[in-house]
Design a binder for this molecule. Structure first.
Ligand code: GLN
Length: 570
């Protein structure tokens, strides 16, 4: 029978429930259990696809095309396992399913109510996602005491009702502030969070105490007596430089064994953290050889929100590759607007500005993006990377713009553009294909993109193939073709009518997805006479985990490392 670990949050949001949940799952996996995670988001949106990334962080794409909260990304990076979209549950999905059923007449004249209809729907969805796993970690979004998440805390009690033994463990992630004027760590907000959870009829088995410093004995005892939680259940969760240290920190307090004991489960194997710990240590080891990577995007200010969160997976993919290669990754976020002429941006010589800025970097990465903002700046940066032989990795928009740059400067198509930015361009090198425009007309914007896993046939002798093969991610089909699979999230495609002209000018399209109607969608490009100029229509960052980094990121970081060494010699 499946066992559940429920992770809820007290005091405030943003204290690391996602990382705590992922770490618990990782620990239980290390003890030999098959584990998955579910994220419950109490908002009314059906999914995260139309949420503003500047408010909500990155939109994570699942293998089966779900556009999900970025916590699912954290989970995958920790447990090294794909998590499908059904593992993301939102209030919007729950209510629309129940209302749809009511309209169909499935409830046979009954009054459709919060209890049992909504709560049953929640429980059914949890069981659907839990199938085939021994332990499921469920993270409940929001903070205990929010009106919105009460429904889930209530529904979850039905999970215990179905089991004769204890099959649920509750972990409450709280925050212990140290107000500067007292300099003392305060437990009161945690005590109140426990009370709020008690009001839902739940007593936490574990309190994960997030704080800058580890919680001391006096504060542990205070929580023990006020919240009536055994000392054993109070777990220190101090700030760490890299999130990948969290599971090992939890294990220092035997969290895994304690959870298994509460659930009446034995250890199936002894955990071995050596390799994980080694990789996590490398991420923060500044004495390793250093590579400086510039990520050029459009970072428009939005209050105090750290916009770099919209590219969280890209950053992690770089860190994974760095840990794997034993180099320290130093990332800088550069605003593409700073490399635009006109609008008063660049005064004087563009080339000079670019040289001045980029001479300090060993690699340039342009991540995914939408709209016209910052596009001209990105195009200028791509020209610089191509001409100055600086390693370049382009992701999604970063590939489309690299193709446009090539078409403009090496194929004499000076007006080449994407119709996303210039709908009337004479040379729509990047365009919406007819199948996609029909969809947009029919559905508006939500859910009209090419989403999730697509396979590409990769060219023999290409750089891309070499990298995927080295990582064990290339699959040879009986037809002799070699395919690689990555996740996607985009509407526009490289226009097939320009391919041969661009190819003749030297750019190699090294991977292609062939649709059932024989349309060829370009998936990878590379420049043979460049140390590393590779881009993809896909989002390889969604398939990068600490223990298995994404092949293109390995190639890019390796090339950046070689570039840095060469720079030192010159
Ligand atoms: N805006 C581009 C498109 O829709 C690229 C999207 C992306 O970079 N994810 O095709």
């Amino acid at each position: 029978m499946t066992k559940f670990v429920i992770v809820s949050g007290g005091v405030m949001s943003g204290v690391g429930k996602g990382v705590a949940s992922a770490s618990i799952a990782k620990i239980l996996q290390e003890y030999g259990y098959s584990v998955t995670l579910i994220k419950i988001d109490p908002y009314i949106n059906s999914d995260a696809g139309t949420l503003r990334p500047t408010e909500h962080g990155e939109v994570w794409v699942t293998c089966d095309g779900g556009e999900i909260d970025q916590d699912l990304g954290t989970y995958e990076r920790f447990i090294n396992q794909a998590i499908p979209k059904k593992n993301s549950i939102t209030t919007g999905q729950i209510y629309s399913a129940v209302i749809e059923r009511e309209r169909r007449g499935d409830y046979l004249g009954a009054t459709v109510q919060f209890i049992p209809h909504i709560t049953n729907e929640i429980v059914d969805r949890i069981y659907q996602a839990a199938q085939a796993y021994e332990i499921v970690v469920i993270e409940i979004g929001g903070t205990v005491g929010d009106y919105e998440n009460g429904a889930y805390l209530y529904a979850i009690k039905n999970l215990c009702a179905k089991s004769p033994t204890q099959n649920i463990v509750h972990a409450l992630v709280t925050y212990l502030p140290v107000p500067p004027h007292t300099g003392e760590m305060k437990t009161k907000p945690t005590q109140q969070a426990v009370r709020l959870l008690n009001q839902e009829g739940i007593t936490p088995d574990f309190i994960l105490c997030r704080s800058e410093q580890p919680i001391d004995d006096i504060r542990r005892q205070k929580i023990e007596s006020f919240a009536r939680i055994g000392l054993d259940g109070i777990i220190a969760a101090p700030d760490v430089t890299s999130v990948y240290h969290v599971p090992v920190n939890f294990e220092q307090e035997q969290l895994g064994q304690k959870i298994l004991k509460t659930l009446g489960l034995a250890q199936k194997k002894l955990p071995n953290w050596d390799s994980w710990q080694n990789l996590a240590n490398r991420i923060i080891n500044t004495s390793l050889p250093k590579v400086k990577i510039a990520i050029v995007g459009k970072y428009l200010a939005s209050g105090d929100f750290s916009l770099t969160d919209s590219y969280l997976s890209v950053k992690h993919a770089l860190l994974h590759a760095g840990a794997h290669l034993g180099v320290y990754i130093d990332v800088a976020w550069l605003d593409a607007h700073d490399f635009e002429i006109g609008a008063g941006k660049i005064v004087g010589d563009l080339e000079k500005v670019l040289v001045e800025k980029f001479k300090n970097f060993d690699g340039i990465l342009i991540p995914g993006g939408f709209g016209a903002q910052g596009v001209d700046g990105k195009l200028n940066v791509i020209t610089y990377a191509r001409e100055h032989q600086v390693p370049y990795l382009g992701i999604c928009y970063g590939m489309q713009l690299a193709v446009i740059e090539y078409a403009r400067n090496l194929c004499n198509l000076t007006d080449a553009h994407t119709t996303e930015v210039a709908p009337d361009t004479v040379h729509p090198v990047v365009d919406i294909l007819p199948i996609q425009s029909d969809l947009i007309k029919a559905k508006g914007y939500g859910g009209t993109m090419r989403l999730g896993d697509y396979s590409a046939q990769v060219k023999l002798n290409s750089r891309v193939l070499e990298l995927y093969q080295a990582a064990g991610r290339a699959e040879k089909l009986s037809t002799g073709e070699v395919i690689v699979t990555e996740r996607h999230r985009h509407r526009y495609e490289i226009n097939p009518s320009y391919i041969s002209q661009i190819e003749q000018a030297g750019l190699v399209f090294s991977g292609v997805h062939v649709r059932a109607d024989n349309t060829r969608l370009m998936e990878f490009i590379e420049l043979p006479k460049h140390p590393f100029f590779v881009a993809t229509q896909a989002h390889p960052e969604f398939n990068s985990r600490l223990e298995s980094p994404a092949p293109l990121f390995i190639g890019f970081v390796q090339a950046a490392c070689e570039f840095a060494t060469k720079k030192l010699k010159d």
